[in-house]
Ligand binder design. Sequence first.
Ligand code: GLN
Length: 190
Amino acid sequence: MKVGILALQGAFIEHEKILEKVGVDIFEIRQKEDIKDSFDGLILPGGESTVMGKLLHDLELFNPLQAMIFEGIPVFGTCAGLLLLAKEIINDNRLHFAAMDISAKRNAYGRQLGSFYTEEEFKGIGKIPMTFIRAPYIESVQSDTEVLAVVDNQIVAAKQKNKLVTSFHPELNQDTAVHEYFIKMIEGKN
Ligand code: GLN
């Protein structure tokens, strides 16, 4: 199994460390040559969704990655990665891959004071640590999107077919459970 991690900007190294810890082969996606060989899963890290969106286009990575996502490659978006996947961002008119039936709100907890830590239930896993940094939340889900976690009445994790998103950063804690959940998706077990 080989997982590509978008490494244009943001918190990609933390994802690499977690996947290395659970024994999965990873590689960084920085330019279009990096995705010429096939791979099994894709991670879209946290960072700044607008910056990543622009770089994806500038580097000609946007179209091939979007096609792979629509064709069904398992993809895991954290925080800004969630925004890259959302079909609607209610407070921003810029959309990116627009592949997942969720309505997200950007910087939903406020810009500066919006960082916090909590522990909450994640469906199929149990209670896990959740670190939020200027995070979005999911205002509503549509179609067959399944809600996986809720914090203070706001949806913070969801899954739809090949797509998994969290508005928090599981890669910033030592807990590997959400990444293992994603690996099971790649294996067709989740
Ligand atoms: N606020 C960022 C955005 O709008 C997301 C923050 C994050 O990824 N930690 O893209």
